[in-house]
Design a protein around this ligand. Structure first.
Ligand SMILES: CC(C)(COP(=O)(O)OP(=O)(O)OC[C@H]1O[C@@H](n2cnc3c(N)ncnc32)[C@H](O)[C@@H]1OP(=O)(O)O)[C@@H](O)C(=O)NCCC(=O)NCCS
Length: 264
């Protein structure tokens, strides 16, 4: 009970000790935006990314080869999105997708030097064709009218190349208010350096600030629940999605002031 309701007690000694509200009653803390994080914490976080100098950009069809490679290097074949599904998402709603990039010359040593020699990459700009643009991670997303990720939102229309629809029965729904995060992955050579957390945090912040929807929803395996909780998502429970054999958990991040927090 607040102390001012015990005003008849004259001295501090007569009052019961202050107690905190039970943890369960308080809403989960919002993840702190990077720009508000104390410099000492940021330095610790970025130490592991030393020399990578990552930067985020929107994705589009030109990134298809790199996204396709990364998706299939990161997920089991039955979970990875097909090349055509990725092409659909990058073409129809690339503005919802983000890539985390770095750049390097083939003469460089270290992990970026090894990566740049491993495959063919596009140049950063035409004035310096030797400097290659390297995709280190991606977030691929669509929008749905449902409040959670469903099998139809995971799918895509077979005639999407010839028949554009604002609200097709499956796939991206332009007027949907839920952003579905379908794929978050970091190049396997660069795991554990904080890139996944930074990409996710930057992307969720962009979705929130741009007013693109009312919430972000995703499905994930149980082992990733904590990872997403740390980024501000709430676990809702087992998902009804049968994609990739099922066994997923629904998670959601509601944007504050969206006016209908209770309608999930
Ligand atoms: C999941 C993934 C994106 C994480 O990226 P990452 O750059 O390696 O992760 P980070 O270094 O940013 O780690 C951030 C936090 O998540 C935790 N984490 C990372 N990978 C994890 C995993 N596989 N399971 C559980 N926790 C994990 C880290 O321990 C770290 O915790 P900390 O902040 O307390 O130190 C990356 O492992 C990946 O691409 N995996 C393959 C694709 C995949 O499964 N994506 C998730 C689909 S739902």
């Amino acid at each position: 009970m607040p102390r001012d309701l015990l005003a008849d007690k004259k001295t501090l000694e007569e009052m019961p000790p202050l107690s905190k509200e039970p943890a369960a009653a308080s809403p989960p803390p919002d993840p702190m935006p990077l720009y508000r994080m104390p410099v000492s914490l940021l330095e610790e976080r970025f130490k592991k990314m030393k020399d990578l100098h990552p930067y985020a950009l929107l994705l589009n069809q030109d990134d298809l080869d790199d996204c396709d490679w990364l998706e299939h290097a990161s997920f089991e074949p039955h979970e990875a999105a097909s090349r055509e599904k990725l092409e659909y998402r990058l073409t129809i709603c690339g503005e919802l997708c983000s890539g985390l990039f770095s750049s390097a010359y083939p003469t460089e040593t270290g992990p970026l030097g090894s990566l740049v020699k491993a495959r063919k990459f596009p140049s950063v700009d035409s004035a310096d064709s030797d400097r290659k643009r390297l995709l280190l991670g991606h977030v691929i997303a669509t929008k749905t009218t449902s409040n959670i990720v469903t099998d139809s939102s995971m799918d895509f229309p077979s005639d999407w190349r010839t028949n554009y629809q604002l609200g097709p029965p499956v796939g991206h729904h332009e007027e949907g208010e839920t952003v579905c995060l379908h794929s978050l992955c970091i190049h396997p050579d660069f795991h554990g350096k904080g890139l996944g957390a930074v990409l996710l945090r930057g992307w969720t912040q962009r979705m929130r600030d741009a007013g693109i929807g009312k919430r972000i929803a995703l499905i994930c395996r149980e082992r990733f629940v904590e990872f997403y909780e740390k980024a501000g998502f709430k676990k809702l429970g087992p998902s009804a999605c049968k994609y990739g054999g099922g066994g997923w958990f629904d998670m959601v991040m509601e944007f504050e002031n969206n006016g209908d927090e209770d309608d999930i």
